[in-house]
Design a protein around this ligand. Structure first.
Ligand code: FES
Length: 140
């Protein structure tokens, strides 16, 4: 079973992580943080792995089956997700410590609300549909 990073893990550990065995892969955006194709996903929710593998207070980036999202678990019962597309100029944010951070111009966003904490972005991350069913994280 893959191990999720905690918010205190080094960012490099978040670069590529398996969420649900070999079929789910979390990946970072382009190495330079350049914009990649943002996605709102398909019509059917994507199983992004076991909620038990996402420790409370941590976050991961999901890039699976056409869904790109950043997902955090603020408490034992809740999973929240956001589009990873930075509202400033479209780079892809990533979890870093207790924030989502944009690699292009260093905007920072709250891990559980997506609100912008520091610019140059002026607005927060767009919420992405997320739920938990049967112990699985469903996106979309
Ligand atoms: Fe994210 Fe500029 S594109 S801060």
């Amino acid at each position: 079973m893959p191990e999720f990073p905690t918010t205190s893990s080094a960012p490099s550990r978040r670069a590529v992580l398996g969420l649900a065995g070999s079929t789910a892969v979390l990946s970072a955006c382009a190495a330079d943080g350049a914009p990649t194709t943002g996605s709102t996903g398909g019509t059917a929710p994507v199983d992004a792995g076991s909620v038990g593998d996402l420790p409370v207070g941590s976050a991961v980036k999901v890039d699976q089956d056409g869904v790109q999202a950043v997902v955090s678990r603020p408490d034992a019962e809740t999973v929240v997700a956001f589009s990873p597309v930075c509202p400033h100029q479209g780079c892809m944010v990533a979890p870093q410590e207790e924030l989502y951070v944009c690699p292009c111009h260093s905007s920072q966003f709250d891990l559980t609300t997506g609100e912008v904490l520091s610019g140059p972005a002026e607005t927060g991350l767009e919420p992405y549909p997320a739920s938990v069913a049967g112990g699985r994280i469903l996106l979309g």
